[in-house]
Ligand binder design. Structure first.
Ligand code: NAD
Ligand code: UFG
Length: 332
């Protein structure tokens, strides 16, 4: 049985679908601060069987102990946490509380239950802005916002935990830019309030919810001058988690691995691809660079291929098509 914290969220819910597809049993633990139990009903529709879940907070040791006591948990996928960079600057205490304190409480409950296999959601944001691309896992880390700092602190803690007790099997996965949705359009990304990420904004402009997209800068050293990112389909990410779990089952190891495609796509290319596959127009205007934005970011993905045998299979066409299908079916 796999415990999935934050399993009702965007990446967690898609990963649960993949867990079910390959025959893993799982239990979702989520406080629904950024999701709703309706997601679980949608997941049940996709996998064709009930989803076991508990409402609870990862900062609550008693709630975690109860889950471990009630299920034979062999490994944990830890997605639960807060993830908005800008919000983290105004609410650093909340970010450290959910992301660091929450992870510490989880590790404590795992240790008490004798479960020492963990896959942790980290982020490409831990790499400093000055890194040559593609960026590999051994590049120096440097973070410029509280959200990134919480990821790095937990990474450090996991390192120390593994050093103190080699029985721990830990995969730290550094995601690049997750996007897209399950092809059923039953689950996808539902940002609360105004989205800040590119693809949800593109979808809302295409749906007529917003008049136009602002492109933050066209003077980056990329072919068309707009920013470049390594967009990775959320179902590829889901498969990456299952691959990491398989790896940890076979190896008593601690690994840190990038999950991306290894290819950069510019903001303008995303818009053009989206317009082509959706048949919708996405009006845009060029505005100055966003504060503290990185110009170009894409992953060195050799380690994921070597260690996990995982390679992202879906291209930007598929990401745009699935994101739009989700928006068209669920957007208001
Ligand atoms: P999400 O907000 O959609 O999912 C997180 C889930 O965790 C939500 O369902 C939320 O209700 C739950 N949660 C939050 N705090 C909790 C707590 N204290 N206790 C229990 N549940 C709690 O986010 P996501 O995009 O699915 O991201 C999942 C993980 O991946 C996060 O740790 C995030 O930092 C990391 N990550 C995300 C991205 C991205 O662009 N989406 C990129 C890199 C890393
Ligand atoms: N962009 C625009 N206009 C917008 C929104 C974004 O031009 O309205 C551009 C950005 O300037 C950037 C690209 O689109 O060039 C992607 O921006 P996102 O905000 O979607 O993604 P980021 O790479 O900046 O940040 C994301 C997550 C972070 C995470 C980071 C690395 O939001 O939480 O990826 O994983 F840390």
């Amino acid at each position: 049985m796999i415990l999935v914290t934050g399993g009702a969220g965007y990446i967690g819910s898609h990963t649960c679908i993949e867990l079910a597809r390959v025959g893993h049993e799982f239990v979702v633990f989520d406080n629904f601060s950024n999701s709703t139990p309706a997601v679980l009903a949608r997941m049940e529709q996709i996998i064709g069987r009930p989803v076991i879940w508990h409402a609870g907070d990862v900062r609550d040791p008693a709630a975690l102990d109860k889950v471990f006591a009630g299920h034979p948990v062999s490994a944990v996928l830890h997605f639960a946490g807060l993830k908005a960079v800008t919000e983290s600057i105004s609410q650093p205490i909340d970010y450290f509380d959910h992301n660091v304190h929450g992870s510490i409480a989880l590790m404590g409950a795992m240790a008490r239950a004798g479960c020492k296999t963990l896959v942790f959601s980290s982020s490409a944001t831990v790499y400093g802005p000055e890194q040559p691309m593609p960026v590999a896992e051994d590049a120096p880390c440097a973070v410029s916002n509280p959200y990134g700092r919480t990821k790095l602190v937990v990474e450090d803690l996991l390192n120390e935990l593994g050093r103190s007790d080699p029985q721990w099997r830990i995969a730290t996965l550094r995601y690049f830019n997750p996007t897209g949705a399950h092809p059923s359009a039953l689950i996808g990304e539902s940002p609360l309030g105004t989205p800040s990420n590119l693809m949800p904004l593109v979808c809302q402009v295409a749906a007529g919810i917003r008049p136009s997209l602002q492109i933050f800068g066209d003077d980056y050293p990329s072919p068309d001058g707009t920013g470049v990112r390594d967009f990775v389909h959320v179902m590829d990410l889901a498969e990456g988690h299952v691959a990491a779990l398989d790896f940890l089952t076979k190896n008593q190891a601690r690994i840190v691995v990038n999950l991306g495609t290894g290819h950069g796509t510019s903001v303008l290319e995303v818009i053009q691809t989206f317009e082509r596959v959706s048949g919708q127009r996405v009006p845009y205007e060029i505005v100055p660079r966003r504060d503290a934005d990185i110009g170009i970011s894409f992953a060195d993905v050799r380690l994921a291929r070597e260690l996990l045998g995982w390679v992202a299979k879906r291209d930007v066409d598929e990401m745009c098509r699935d994101a739009w299908r989700w928006q068209a079916a669920n957007g208001s």
